[in-house]
Design a protein around this ligand. Structure first.
Ligand code: ZN
Ligand code: ZN
Length: 343
């Protein structure tokens, strides 16, 4: 499924890639659709070169292996980490390969998961982008959550909250729930959801949030204080695209609290952010961008051990040729995830 230019997704036949020495072929079995894919498909993105196959949340199966590729058996189920880094710069050497200046990202700089077969070359194998899945009970749909889960592991690593902390997540969609699961796997006692939609609040409560709010409560700050043992909110992760969530985060954080900023905000020229609150309240803002190989491996382990169960988040499955319909589900925030599934 090729993006010829923003707004134009077309299905094309391609020759089967040839598996050379030191290379592998992976058959894509599931690729989760991300809001970034929707944004790229409709508006383009600064790093995109056309024509391009989007998709960076990939689960698949090794179907061919060239000479000198060891430890990757044919038939093995894998998840693909989407970034190929240089391996030699300071960031790469310290395990922060997502920050590598030379990084090439699948679905942006080269073709991604909305196609049937992906060739993994020598540099990609060296970068350890192919993660072997050790739990045979995990379905490909579940494996396709490893990438977004790894992005949540990254932002929570950056937040450095202790177990007694109160963490507020704004937005109860896919990433809000994945952040909940990571926080609970880390043992954080108090994870609170702010979400305008009632159905999502109820779902969030059922899936493990300790308290849920709509955000409209006149005494919201008092209530948040009450459910955090009187000391206030230590960390906030906005998991929705509107800049209003960033503003709300600065409002509800306690003094010296930390705001985790991990997915870009949509532009709103009219919106005025009162940034002085960072100064008055001594707030720390930490950013994170994507995930490193190390974060992907941690996310994989959390799924393999079933410490995290993403099955309640699987709501829509589409075929490759139905990608546009899948994108519509994301656009309309319909369900908690939409996954392209291939036989
Ligand atoms: Zn994504
Ligand atoms: Zn590097």
């Amino acid at each position: 499924m090729v993006l010829e230019r923003p707004g134009e997704l077309v299905i094309r036949d391609q020759d089967m890639p040839v598996c050379g020495d030191g290379e592998m072929l992976v058959k894509v079995r599931a690729c989760n659709i991300c809001r970034t894919d929707l944004k790229c498909a409709t508006m383009g993105q600064r790093d995109l070169v056309y024509p391009r196959v989007l998709g960076h949340e990939i689960a698949g199966e090794i179907i061919a292996r060239g000479k000198n590729v060891n430890g990757y058996p044919v038939g093995q189920r894998v998840s693909i980490h989407p970034g190929i880094s240089c391996g030699v710069c300071d960031y790469c050497k310290s395990g922060q390969d997502n920050l590598c200046d030379q990084i090439k990202i699948m679905g942006f700089n080269f073709d991604g998961g909305f196609q049937e077969v992906i060739k993994i070359d020598k540099q990609a194998i060296k970068s350890k982008i192919v993660n072997l899945i050790r739990n045979d009970d995990l379905a490909y749909e579940e494996i396709s959550f490893i990438e977004p889960l790894a992005c949540c592991v990254n932002i929570q690593d950056r937040l450095q909250l202790n177990r007694k902390a109160a963490l507020v997540i704004i937005g109860g969609g896919r990433l809000g729930l994945l952040n909940l699961f990571v926080a609970k796997a880390e043992g954080i006692q108090n994870v609170i959801l702010i979400e305008a939609n009632e159905e999502r609040r109820n779902r969030g409560k059922a899936l493990g949030f300790d308290a849920v709010f709509s955000g409209d409560e006149p005494d919201l700050l008092d209530q948040l204080k009450q459910c955090s043992n009187g000391h206030g909110v230590d960390g906030v992760i906005p998991c929705c695209p509107g800049p209003e969530a960033f503003d709300l985060a600065l409002e509800i954080l306690r003094k010296q609290g930390t705001l985790g900023y991990f997915s870009g905000l949509s532009r709103n020229e009219d919106f005025q952010l009162d940034i002085n609150r960072i100064h008055y309240k001594e707030i720390t803002v930490v950013g994170s961008y994507g995930c490193s190989v190390k974060h992907s491996q941690k996310a994989k382990t959390l799924l393999e051990s079933r410490k995290i169960d993403v099955r309640p988040l699987i709501s829509h499955r589409v075929k490759l040729e139905e990608l546009e319909r899948g994108m519509d589900y994301i656009r309309n925030s319909d369900g908690y995830s939409t996954i392209v599934v291939m036989k």
